[in-house]
Design a protein around this ligand. Structure first.
Ligand SMILES: *Cc1c(COP(=O)(O)O)cnc(C)c1O
Length: 380
């Protein structure tokens, strides 16, 4: 059978329920088809109720939320920002939008997130960064206490890129609610989606209000259009927020399903010593947005071989994020490794890891098929 005729199994595709359409219909029925309206306000309130974040502004993308967090910290040319190296480019691109300089901080092997040790080394080299920006890969919280302790010792604000970790907790608190700013994403393949969208959260009410001002073209209070600052068109639309409200009702359910997928892979590969799953933080409860696996050193099987074998059956998988310090566009930026010998933990994870299909609509048959293909790659 041709590959294209086989059922497609996705890495992580949107899962819709009935409530989304109800909220979207309300938006149509009341003609609130605009980047403001009752769904936007309600979605913000429901998100703060869920995460226990103090204040929120709904935006057009997670990337927009990161950009505004940096603007609110007055980051600009000449400023250094310490940022996760092993992440998606959207974490660090906004640093460059503002003309500031990213310094990439290596991952550590225990959670695949920013290494507190590398972060300490970075402060020795660059004593005055303007912010520390850390992503929580695949939904696993970083060693947040250790990282925040370093930030606090140097009086530097901490920004949490919780785009992948909505619903994950660390020591009982939601990721995104512990730093100066937290950001969430509702992009198409995230644990809940609005087709595209993001949110900025913070305890600082004035800052979140300023984010709203900047996201809506920075109009000064006047009858005519008066601007004393550069604004952006970053606000979430009322239609999109309706999808978000419906999705949020199912976040816990999505999380439970993602966690079950992770556990099933872990058990299915438990007898194969060459395979380990992406690490979880024992101090956290991860949403397991994507299940990842790492192939042991010295094993002949490569991530490409596994991804090719899955692709043969029309099953989607994906490499681990390629570290930012290995990206051509960031070639001139500094990188602070975790290991004393200068080797990069992130590069090693990239070379030996991959993301397995983590779609919550996978059937037991789909899971059995995926597991069988992976096992076969390892001669089982
Ligand atoms: C998805 C993602 C973003 C960007 O979010 P968008 O809503 O797509 O702009 C930022 N950081 C990380 C780590 C992500 O995975």
């Amino acid at each position: 059978m041709d590959k294209k005729e086989k059922k497609r199994i996705y890495l992580s595709s949107p899962t819709m329920h009935d409530e989304e359409q109800k909220f979207v219909k309300e938006a149509f029925d009341t003609n609130w088809i605009a980047p403001l309206g009752p769904n936007v306000t309600a979605f913000e309130n429901e998100m703060t109720a869920y995460t226990k974040a103090a204040h929120a502004t709904a935006l057009s993308a997670g990337t927009a939320a990161i950009h505004l967090a940096l603007k609110l910290l007055d980051i600009g040319p000449g400023d250094v920002v310490f940022v996760s190296d092993l992440t998606f480019s959207a974490t660090c691109n906004p640093i460059v939008y503002e003309g500031a300089t990213p310094v990439f901080i290596d991952a550590e092997p225990d959670t695949w997130n920013m290494s507190p040790e590398a972060l300490k080394k970075a402060f020795e080299k660059y004593p005055h960064p303007k912010a520390v920006l850390c992503a929580y890969l695949y939904g696993t919280p970083a060693k947040i206490d250790e990282i925040m302790a370093v930030c606090e010792a140097h009086h530097v604000p901490y920004i949490e890129d919780a785009a992948e970790s909505l619903g994950s907790t660390y020591k009982g608190k939601h990721t995104g609610t512990m730093g100066k700013f937290g950001i969430y994403s509702f992009n198409g393949n995230k644990i809940i989606t609005t087709s595209g969208g993001g949110m900025l959260v913070s305890e600082d009410k004035a800052a979140v209000e300023k984010a709203l001002f900047l996201a809506t073209q920075a109009r000064d209070p006047a009858r005519f259009y008066l601007h004393s600052q550069i604004g952006y068109n970053y606000r979430m639309s009322n239609v999109v927020a309706g999808i978000g409200r419906g999705q949020l009702l199912h976040l816990d359910e999505h999380k439970a399903r993602k966690q079950a997928i992770y556990r099933q892979y872990k058990e299915a590969f438990a007898d194969i010593p060459e395979i380990t799953m992406n690490p979880l933080n024992p101090d956290g409860d991860a949403n397991n947005w994507l299940s990842g696996m790492l192939i042991g050193k010295g094993c002949d099987v490569t991530p490409d071989m596994v991804m090719d074998a899955l692709d043969e059956e029309n099953i989607e998988s994906r490499p681990v994020w390629k570290p930012m310090h290995e990206q051509p566009v960031y070639a001139k930026c500094d990188f602070i490794p975790h290991n004393g010998d200068g080797s990069s933990v992130g590069s090693n994870v990239f070379a030996r890891g991959l993301c397995l299909p983590s779609d919550i609509k996978n059937t037991p048959e789909d899971m059995a098929l995926i597991i069988g293909i992976v096992r076969k790659c390892f001669g089982r």
